[in-house]
Structures are given as C-alpha cells and as structure tokens.
Design a protein around this ligand. Sequence first.
Ligand code: ATP
Ligand code: MN
Ligand code: MN
Length: 305
Amino acid sequence: EAQPIEDDGEAVAEKLGVRLTSPERVVYPGQGITKSQLVAYYEDVAKAMLPHIKDRPLSLVRCPQGRAKHCFFQKHDTGGFPEQIHSKAVVEKDGDKKDYFFVDDLAGLVAGTQMNVLEWHIWGSGFADIEKPDRLVFDIDPDEELGFSAITAAAIDIRDRLKDLGLTSFPMVSGGKGIHVIVPLKPAAEWPAVKAFCKDFAQQMAEDEPNRYTASISKARRKGRLFIDYLRNERGSTAIAPFSVRSREGAPVAVPVGWDEVHKLKAANAFSLAAAAERAQDNAWPNYFRQKQKLDPEVLGGRNA
Ligand code: ATP
Ligand code: MN
Ligand code: MN
C-alpha cells in the first residue's frame, strides 16, 4: 500500500503564489479527493512529469463541478486563466491562429488544478519545433470483451516491431483501458510524413494479424480486437500526459512503466494518486530523454514531409 498523499496543497499553492480557492472542495467524490490533495499530488510528481509536458501545446479536460459531473475538453485559451498558465498562438489547419495553453513549471500545474483541470493532454511536438514531432504514441484501444493480457501482448508486439525498425519505445498505462507505446524522437520529419508512417505501421499489424488487430476506428471492426490507434500522431492531436490524473471513476493516473513489468500488470487504471506519486520517485524510463533516434529515410520510405 502506498503512503497517502500529504495534504499540504494549500501551503504549496501559497508558496508558489497561485491563488487556490476552496482547497477543501472534493473533486473525486468516490475517493474524497480534494483540490488541495490534487495540488499536493502534482507537487510530488512535478519533477517526473514536467519534462514530458512543458513547453508544448496542451488540451485540458476541465470538470468545474468535480469528476462525476459535466466535464469539457478545452483546446484554446479563451481567457480567464491564472497567469501561471501561459498561452501561445499556433496556426491551425485553416490558417487561423488560436491560443494554446502551455505550462513550464509546477505553478502551472497548480493553476490548472485551481481551474478544475482533471486531465492534461499533450501535443506530440513542442513550441521549439512545432511542425516536427518529438514523440509518437501507439494507443492500444481494446474492445470491451478482451482481457488485459491481450493488451499487454499487443504492447510487446508493438515494441518488437518498432525495435525491428531500430526504434526504442516506452510503455505507459493510460489510466483508462489501454496501454500507450511511446517513441521519443529527435524532431526531424514533419507531421504528414510521420502520420503516414504511423498509419502504415498500424495497417501492417492489422494485415498480419486480422483477428487480433484493426487499424480502423470503427467500433464494428473492433469486435473482439484491439484498435491500434495511430491517429494520435497527427498535427493537433493529443494524448494523455504521463502522470496526469484522469477524470474517470477511481481517480486513476496515467503512469510510465518498465517493459520488464508490463506482463505483470493487471489493468491500465490500477495506479492511484498515492501509487503514482510513489512511482514518480524512481524513473521507469531512465533512457527516455537520452534517445537520439529519428525516423530514418529508409523507415519513412517514400513518405515525404
Ligand atoms: P483509454 O486507455 O481508455 O483508451 P486514452 O487516454 O487512450 O484512454 P482514448 O479515448 O483512446 O483515451 O483517446 C482519446 C484521446 O483523444 C485523448 O488522449 C485526447 O487527447 C483526445 N481527444 C480529442 N478530443 C477529445 C475530447 N473531446 N474529449 C476527450 N479526449 C479527446
Ligand atoms: Mn486509448
Ligand atoms: Mn484512442
């Protein structure tokens, strides 16, 4: 059993100069988790989480009345946020500019919690090189009837297929139903070529093992199968950030894990705040930020940026 989170969120916010209103308000009724406890949690994981989330566009799941009530997905900064949450203009597909949120420190995470952010979703590229992804994610989305061992086996299969292409990958339980297999990249190829690669990769899996996998988002095609969701790898798409809590029942957390423990995992939503905070103290992905890999021209084939 993990140690409970120390409930000192109010003091943390004050020290950082972030205004935290109603710190005692319960945001997860099932667990009695308060705003103040969420702040305390983010303080515990900030060192592990920030390198994955800082300085890239974010989408936020906000639940102003707590997790069981109405939540909404917010992509653009339309004002009213504390100054510790920053925003920057990004050109959208249609040529319009929209302001996207970003954070660069714990104060930003605390300010988000003040604004009832219960999920932090990240782009696959940073502001430094927004047209060139620095991470890929293969999001394994199971049909309801499949057991978790089918998901772990698929994650290992994806790892091995990536390895054959010379790519090192890292697993994360989503805090929901599936596992995300993540590939850190040196920003090099641009979004359209990267998306085409990811689509071909997922389609190849479905072609090789049509009874196990589908690369089609259609629920009908998913019956008894795993959807290899490559669509996270598109300019403007997002995926849940490592160490973000989820707005789902149980307050589960998306947690990086090691390949050597994947086969032992029982579910994707088994990490509580306390368990995730304990995990954050020793790095499951020690080599993640040391990878210098990129998608080589041979891997990209004829796909051009
Ligand atoms: P699970 O393991 O349960 O699948 P997940 O995080 O992978 O958890 P998905 O439903 O597979 O969840 O992926 C949804 C993704 O789509 C999120 O990661 C999010 O970044 C993105 N997204 C885009 N629009 C929305 C929206 N309106 N609401 C929620 N997520 C959205
Ligand atoms: Mn998923
Ligand atoms: Mn998905």
